[in-house]
Design a binder for this molecule. Structure first.
Ligand code: GDP
Ligand code: IMO
Ligand code: MG
Length: 423
């Protein structure tokens, strides 16, 4: 199975990076396909913890070529800071390839993100303020600047100056900040020069790798319910994290993909605004946040906690054609007397057939729960499925039954080897 996709099935932070790091051992290429430095992907190798925003999570293996695909929006200051930090810790990034077709993020994108959020007031999306939405908007408006543009330094300089000048007019009209255009041009010309050796025709590179029977792993950022089309609009990100986005975001075709691993936490979290049917507002929620250390890696914000929602997971299985599920952070529930799982939604006493196509309605649904008894012991040391407590197995089996997709990996700790892989 040469091409696999790893996709988040909830609202992000499911532990995608940990599973990608695990799977990367048997792959030669790991490619990000969408999103940008709004992502916070944590990988723990031994005693070392790494927080990645743009560099693909396969970078820790010397046999892996990390690729930033054409669907990603790239913030150059963040990319080089990340590369410098990784290299200072002994992780070589020289193999990294950045798609010539990937769009770049500029300071005006961040300025627009901030104004847009501020104008929305209490209806704000709660974005990461990284300029992600405005950068994708410019891509759609066909005024974006791409990584490949740095190949011609003089032209790149002019493109940056022209865009900065045009954006300044819009920002001024909106009451936004004044850009220091000369400073931005100089800074980005230098960053562009540094980017040059990393810029690549990644589309043909990936197809050539496929022709050489290499195994490719496509790394999703964000998640299914943050998808611009299928998520809880408008409380979403501005790209397509779903598995279908992996084709558009890398240039591989749908028939190239054979394995699609959906990552689900054994409970649910969400950062930012938007509906969340199984949200837990009381003490139990605080307990999940405390034990699960549910604070964003990018913004430090507290993640909103809730129970596992199988209505969502079932819909995610459809949207992504999941071939398997990795259920992560099972260990966080070790001390819970009862583990609740949402298995249906009701509105005015009537059960909905499935996940609704309406965020307003989603905000009103009453979740229907199944209560499972907790297992009351640590599962962190378990490596074989047969050694899991029966109560934990009951949770796994409920997921499989309800969603109709096998659970092949179970996370029992943050480290690379802390999981149960079912053969
Ligand atoms: P991502 O954005 O989906 O890659 O997830 P994040 O890295 O933002 O958040 C997941 C957090 O949970 C990270 O701190 C991981 O180290 C940690 N993690 C991942 N899997 C497990 C697990 O099975 N158990 C525990 N305890 N922590 C995990
Ligand atoms: P990873 O890859 C969790 C959320 C933001 C906000 C919404 C839109 O680590 O799972 P944006 O800045 O993208 O315009 O914000 O999306 N969001 C994430 N939430 N994990 C992420 O990435 C996220 N990336 C964006 O909090 O609600
Ligand atoms: Mg994250």
């Amino acid at each position: 199975m040469p091409v696999s996709v790893v996709v988040g099935t909830q609202w992000g932070d499911e532990g995608k990076a940990k599973i990608i790091d695990l799977l990367a051992e048997s792959h030669q290429v790991v490619a990000r396909y969408q999103g940008g430095h709004n992502a916070g992907h944590t990988v723990v190798v031994g005693n070392e913890k790494y927080a990645l925003q743009l560099v693909p999570s396969g970078v820790f293996y010397s046999h892996v070529t990390p690729v930033i695909g054409n669907g990603v929006v790239v913030d150059l200051p963040t990319l080089f800071k990340e590369i410098d930090t990784l290299e200072s810790r002994g992780i070589t990034c020289s193999r990294l390839k950045v798609s010539s077709l990937a769009h770049l993020i500029f300071p005006w994108h961040q300025a627009h993100d901030a104004i847009s959020e501020s104008n929305l007031g209490e209806n704000k999306i709660g974005t990461t303020l990284k300029g992600i939405g405005p950068a994708y908007a410019d891509k759609s408006r066909r005024v974006g600047i791409r990584a490949g543009d740095v190949r011609d330094a003089a032209r790149f300089k002019q493109l940056v100056r022209d865009r900065a000048t045009a954006e300044q007019k819009i920002l001024t009209a909106l009451g936004g900040e004044t850009l220091n255009i000369d400073e931005i041009v100089d800074k980005f010309v230098a960053l562009g020069q540094r980017l040059k050796p990393y810029v690549f025709d990644t589309v043909n590179f990936l197809h050539d790798a496929l022709e050489h029977n290499e195994n490719l792993l496509l790394e999703g950022a964000q998640a299914t319910f943050l998808d611009i089309d299928h998520g809880t609009y408008p409380f979403v990100t501005s790209s397509n994290p779903i598995a279908g986005g992996a084709c558009a975001g890398t240039g591989l075709g749908p028939r190239d993909i054979s394995r699609i691993v959906g990552i689900a936490k054994a409970y649910t979290t969400r950062v930012g605004s938007g509906p969340f049917p199984s949200e837990l507002l009381g003490e139990l929620g605080d307990k999940i946040v405390d034990i699960g250390r549910e604070f964003g890696t990018v913004t430090g914000r507290r993640r909103r906690p809730g129970w596992l929602d199988l209505v969502m997971l079932r819909h995610a299985a459809r949207l992504n054609s999941l071939t398997e599920i990795a259920l992560t952070k099972l260990d966080i529930l070790d001390t819970f007397k009862v583990v609740r799982v949402c298995v249906g939604y009701e509105v005015n006493g009537k059960e909905l057939a499935g996940y609704p196509d309406d965020s307003q309605l989603l905000a009103q649904v009453q979740p229907k729960y199944v209560d499972l008894p907790g297992w009351n012991k640590s599962v962190s040391a378990v490596r074989n499925y047969s050694d899991l407590p029966p109560q934990a197995k009951a949770l796994v089996e409920l997921v499989e039954q309800h969603v109709g997709v096998p659970v092949t990996i179970i996370g029992v700790g943050p480290e690379r080897n802390e999981c149960v892989v079912r053969k």
